[in-house]
Design a protein around this ligand. Sequence first.
Ligand code: MF3
Ligand code: CO
Length: 262
Amino acid sequence: MKKYRGAFIKNDREIACLREANRMVANILDAIGDAIAPGVPTMRFEELARDMCAQYAVRPAFLGYCGYPFALCCSVNEQVVHGFPSTRLLEEGDIVSCDMGVIYEGFVGDAARTFAVGEVSEEAQKLMQVTEQSLYVGIEQARAGNDVYEIGAAVQAFVESHGFGVVRRFVGHGVGAKMHEKPEVPNFKPGIPGMPLQNGMVIAIEPMVTAGSYEVDILEDKWTAVTRDRKLAAHYEHSVAITPSGPQILSISDRGLRRPEV
Ligand code: MF3
Ligand code: CO
């Protein structure tokens, strides 16, 4: 595979595989969204995700990755990312961020969404909306010739203009045959230049947004990231190809994309 400054440049066939992997991920997220309800244990979504992987004859990408013990990440309320599916029952008013990955024909699909459980607070609604919008604000910058750090600069400016915070501890990433490839895709503006994006790069853009402080702690389980102030967090992620006709979102389900107005 061709490389540019350590980042892989994908050909059309490779992008087609990544699109298919991400379609499966998006379909799994749709199914999880349909199953979200008060009283449901988050482990139900793990089962759903594994069942769909079996049907698609693909491997979950997260299971066993650096020792991660599940196929799915389910992060509830103050949990930011990498929460474990569990017997915990969802309650009306919770928000739950679900992050899923699969490996299809050797290529990784990676996407995430935050779901509301029944009626949620106005603040939770606003947080989810701003986080999802910020993902599209970032995607808009995913164009050949742009510095990869323009993405985070745009995400951060948008999020902070709404009074929320962007997590610094975790970042988006190039994605392809490996889940984490170059370049890193921060959701904030680093003070230094990054690399110019090239056609054929595929990146996962994944803003993690907090209602209060953007600082996170990692729980005893060594994985679950929570906001230090225990306020709410939301997380949306798309895998995006950089193409001559602009950013192409790959993580689109069979239901299609419902892009939020920004
Ligand atoms: N979307 C996350 C990421 O890009 C998923 C990784 S969870 C892990 O890093 F368990 F696999 F690490
Ligand atoms: Co990711």
